[in-house]
Design a protein around this ligand. Structure first.
Ligand code: GLN
Length: 553
């Protein structure tokens, strides 16, 4: 039977609870255990697929097409496992299932209630993940005390009776703020959150204190005594320069050993963190930097592009170079002259996925600047579509070319709704989602990057390159470097005689891991470095000037 670790949060959200849980997961995996993770989100949406990124950050897509919370991205990157959509549970899913069962008569005339029916459904989801795993880590979203989180907390409390006290460990993660004027770390809010947790019947076995600086043994003792937690179970998780260094913080605090002991697991087995630590070490000793312009519409909220950022970081670690992100508001690039000046000093331009008209013209400009100056370009999903629109308008000469998503009346819908999407009216979970195969043409930049002719990538889109325009675009020089195996869908395009101008309909960022960067990101960052150093041939004036400038320096 699997052991369960339940992670709750206190005081504030966004305090790195997911990363703490994932770090613990990594350490347990490094001890040879089969670990899986799950996020329990109290919101009523069935999944975050329909939520505004301003409210919820990015939507993380799983292999099997689940549109999930961004914490699943952390889990995958840390425990290095592809998680199923069932690893993301929301109140909306729980209620939909229970209501569907009620309509089907499954409850045999009973009155359907929060206790026990909703609670039982939550417990069933948690227990189901236990199959084929030694340890299941379940993180409850939000903070203790939220009204909507109560059924989840009740479920993780009750589950102790299903799995046995010795097979469950409760870890509470709370913020310890530093008060500037008095220069003190304050534990009172954390104490209150632990009290709140205890008042609903959950006594934490371990407490992780998140602070911007290390927490003294004295403060840890105080928490231990006032909250009835073993002193060994109180860990300080202070800020470190990289999230990938958190497993080491947890290890230094002995939290993994403590949790294993609590769960009756053999804690004497040393974790094998060699490869991971080498990666963290490489990151700490990076030299030099490249600057990538990330052209998006939610640039004020970096979480909206979390996996893209992380994938760039992974590529940087691989090449031993810092990757700085210059957040470029797409809407500001509408004026071509402004786009030229705004982007000219970048070492790479990345246009990520997106929906809706706002910012699209700016993204099209970004594609033009990259194509004509030689600045490396990586287009992701909408970043492929905007690149194709740009090529159609400015190279093929179809000046009104567009995507029918943004201009339903365009005479040249070079990007159009996929046939499979024509009769779909529901917005939730109805896109082309999850992993699909792609054939890569030999001799292309994409082929060089991947080093293989056939790859699988995760998708999340409704529109595609229209097959009516494929011949015209190809004759004008656009290379279709990736196609679906039946050749009906364009998966990747590139511009010829360019150091790196690659765009993909997929979302490669979701597959990147800190110790195994995604090939497209790795090649893109390598190209940015080459471009920075002036090491490529192009005839445009801007690139020449840039080369000259680099030489002088
Ligand atoms: N809005 C575009 C589509 O639906 C692109 C989606 C994306 O970038 N993820 O096809």
């Amino acid at each position: 039977m699997a052991k369960h670790i339940m992670v709750t949060g206190g005081v504030a959200s966004s305090l790195g609870k997911g990363i703490t849980a994932a770090s613990l997961g990594r350490l347990l995996k490094a001890r040879g255990l089969r670990v899986t993770m799950q996020k329990l989100d109290p919101y009523v949406n069935v999944d975050p697929g329909t939520m505004n990124p301003f409210q919820h950050g990015e939507v993380f897509v799983t292999q099997d097409g689940g549109e999930t919370d961004l914490d699943l991205g952390h889990y995958e990157r840390f425990i290095d496992e592809n998680l199923p959509r069932s690893a993301s549970v929301s109140t909306g899913q729980i209620y939909s299932t229970v209501i569907a069962k009620e309509r089907a008569g499954d409850y045999m005339g009973q009155t359907v209630q929060v206790v026990p029916h909703i609670i039982n459904e939550i417990k069933a989801r948690i227990l189901a993940l236990g199959e084929n795993h030694d340890v299941v880590i379940s993180e409850v979203g939000g903070t203790v005390g939220d009204i909507e989180g109560l059924p989840f907390l009740e479920a993780i409390r009750q589950i102790r009776y299903d799995v046995g006290r010795e097979n469950i460990c409760y870890v509470h993660c709370a913020l310890v703020p530093f008060i500037g004027p008095t220069k003190e770390l304050k534990t009172k809010p954390a104490q209150h959150s632990i009290r709140e947790l205890r008042s609903i019947g959950i006594q934490p076995d371990a407490v992780v204190l998140r602070a911007d600086r290390p927490i003294s043994t004295e403060l840890k003792r105080k928490i231990a005594m006032l909250s009835d937690v073993d002193i060994d179970g109180v860990a300080s998780a202070h800020d470190v320069p990289s999230i990938y260094a958190i497993p080491q913080v947890i290890r230094d605090e002995g939290l993994d050993t403590y949790v294993m002991k609590k769960l009756g697991l053999d804690e004497t087995i040393e974790p094998d963190m060699g490869e991971w630590n080498a990666m963290v070490q490489r990151q700490a000793t990076q030299t030099g930097s490249v600057t990538i312009g990330l052209v998006g519409k939610y640039v004020e909220l970096h979480d909206a592009y979390l996996s893209v950022q992380e994938a760039l970081i992974h590529a940087g670690i691989h090449h031993g170079i810092d990757v700085n992100i210059d957040w470029v508001q797409a809407e500001e690039l509408v004026d071509p002259a402004f786009a030229d000046t705004r982007l000219k000093d970048l070492d790479g331009i990345l246009v990520p996925g997106g929906f809706g008209l706002r910012g699209v013209e700016g993204k099209i400009q970004a594609g033009r600047v990259a194509r004509t100056t030689g600045i490396p370009y990586l287009g992701i999903c909408l970043g492929l579509q905007s690149a194709v629109i740009e090529y159609a308008r400015n190279v093929v000469g179809l000046t009104e070319a567009h995507s029918s998503e943004f201009d339903p009346d365009t005479p040249d819908a070079v990007i159009d709704l996929m046939d499979s999407q024509r009769d779909v009216n529901d917005l939730g979970g109805t896109m082309r989602l999850g992993v699909y195969p792609c054939k890569i043409a030999e001799g292309t930049v994409a082929y060089k990057a991947y080093g293989e002719p056939f790859v699988y990538e995760r998708h999340r889109h409704r529109y595609e390159v229209s097959n009516h325009y494929r011949t015209q675009l190809a004759e004008a020089g656009l290379i279709f470097s990736g196609l679906s195996p039946d050749e009906r869908l364009v998966e990747m395009v590139e511009v010829k005689d360019h150091l790196f101008y690659v765009a993909t309909q997929a979302h490669p960022e979701f597959m990147s891991r800190p110790n195994r960067p995604h090939p497209l990101f790795a090649s893109f960052v390598a190209a940015a470095k080459t471009y920075r150093d002036g090491g490529h041939v192009t005839t445009t004036a801007t690139a020449k000037a840039k080369r000259a400038k680099t030489k002088v320096n």
